[in-house]
Design a protein around this ligand. Structure first.
Ligand code: ADP
Length: 424
């Protein structure tokens, strides 16, 4: 309030001068001239107000030269407060003058006037602040271990005003670090998965060259294993390529209008021979008059192939896999149910992680790569859908895919033809 009054006083002088000059002028030239001068005063006041609004980031302290915060005009302070990047201003004695909301989110509340060493315990950041006080700006990486590990790049520099102020900015690198770690883990996992069958094939080649050279039975047996191992490598490479392709397209919306029932039937038909080997029956039931979904035909076929294939791989021998498709509001719901061993509750949230398998040995025996559900997750995300997994140990599993129904098609209006007048 006091500040607003001071501001008004600072800019209202042209109006006061205008009224005074108008008062003098009215004595000589009449009331019309008076109002003209008042209007001129008002106009000058507005212009001065506009110029004042475009204040510099820091302006000389007028009232209290010892308080560096007086250098911060209200607009600059408001902007700093709203910045998504954590900002801290420190005085010459490394005491906190100002922190914005992002910095309070990182370091907690109650930081004002505290010394940097009591709010930031990292020696690298503290020495960067000390160096900044000497006029040397620097960038240092640092990690906050609690409550959750967060990684930052801290930038400390001195602002040359009187009295001097040190600014500390934090750049949150947690997401970048996490994705770097995930990428490194992924490459390590993929190499490991490829190295295992490769090592088996290399071993059998050595054996066939050595003591099994003239053993026809051993040769047949080893060649069969080698074929299975190279098949596994091929599947893994195909899945890796699919995953990369789907990830690259994930932000591009699919455009086709796809009949979900025909996609599911196509996926199920391709897997029926495989199911028959284990005596498993696959059935598909769909409600009538289902609307289409907006999607990519090949990706949707792959999505349902992966889920039905899993139901066959981990289902009960001579069991039943049922796929149902129904409508629920503006969603199409496709549910794949098997009667296998089921999945332990603690494993369910991890199933869509790359290379996560509940039972690695069983997955390998059944030709799994550990990437099927990661691919499913990315395809569903591209189609703006949702996956739900329910399972009970000993009773089987239910994987449900929710996909938004396509809006009714807008038929293009036939063009109205203009009457043609023939000119002879
Ligand atoms: P994989 O190639 O190993 O099958 P997925 O990503 O498709 O990889 O599945 C990850 C893991 O989830 C599987 O290894 C398996 O342990 C578990 N899983 C997936 N589907 C089922 C299912 N229908 N029943 C039981 N376990 C399943």
């Amino acid at each position: 309030m006091i500040e607003s009054f001071a501001r008004l006083r600072a800019v209202a002088w042209p109006l006061v001068i205008g009224i005074a000059a108008g008062g003098v002028a009215v004595l000589f030239a009449g009331p019309g001239f008076f109002w003209a001068l008042v209007a001129l005063g008002l106009a000058v006041m507005l212009i001065v107000q506009f110029i004042n609004f475009q204040e510099p980031i820091l302006r000389p302290a007028e009232k209290n030269p010892d308080d560096p915060l007086a250098l911060l005009p209200p607009l600059t302070r408001l902007l700093l407060e709203q910045l998504p990047m954590p900002v801290m201003l420190l005085d010459d004695h490394e005491r906190v003058l100002f922190v914005n909301h992002s910095m309070r989110d990182v370091l907690g509340p109650g930081l004002d006037r505290k010394r940097a060493s009591s709010v930031l315990r990292n020696p690298d950041v503290l020495s960067a602040i000390a160096r900044a006080g000497q006029g040397e700006a620097s960038n240092v990486p640092f990690t906050l271990p609690v409550p959750v590990e967060r990684h930052f790049q801290a930038y400390a520099a001195r602002i040359s005003v009187t009295p001097p102020v040190t600014v500390l900015l934090l750049h949150d690198l947690t997401v970048v670090k996490r994705s770097e770690q995930m990428r490194a883990d992924f490459v390590a996992n993929a190499s490991h998965e490829l190295r295992t069958p490769l090592a088996a094939v290399t071993g059998f080649i050595e054996t066939l060259r050595g003591h099994a050279k003239d053993d026809a039975d051993a040769r047949e047996q080893f060649l069969e294993i080698m074929a299975a191992e190279t098949g596994r490598m091929r599947r893994l490479i195909n899945d890796l390529l699919s995953l990369t392709r789907i990830e690259m397209n994930e932000h591009v919306k699919p455009e086709g209008r796809i009949e979900l029932e025909s996609v599911v039937r196509q996926a199920a038909a391709a897997l029926k021979p495989l199911a028959a080997q284990d005596g498993i029956t696959v059935t598909v039931q769909a409600e009538s008059d289902l609307p289409p979904v907006i999607g990519d035909q090949d990706e949707l076929v792959q999505l349902f192939q992966n889920l039905i294939h899993n139901a066959i791989k981990y289902g009960r021998e001579d069991g039943l896999v049922t796929v149902t498709i129904a409508r629920s509001g503006d969603q199409l719901v496709a549910a794949i149910r098997d009667d296998g061993d089921g999945i332990a509750p603690n494993a369910i949230p991890r199933l869509t992680e790359r290379f996560y398998r509940v039972d690695v040995k069983r997955s390998r025996e059944r030709g799994g790569t550990g990437l099927g559900l990661a691919i499913v997750k990315h395809i569903i995300s591209r189609h703006q859908g949702r996956l739900s997994i329910e399972s009970k140990l000993g009773e089987g599993s239910l994987f449900t895919v929710f996909l938004p129904a396509a809006p009714p098609e807008i038929l293009e209006k036939p063009a109205i033809s203009e009457p043609v007048t023939e000119v002879l």
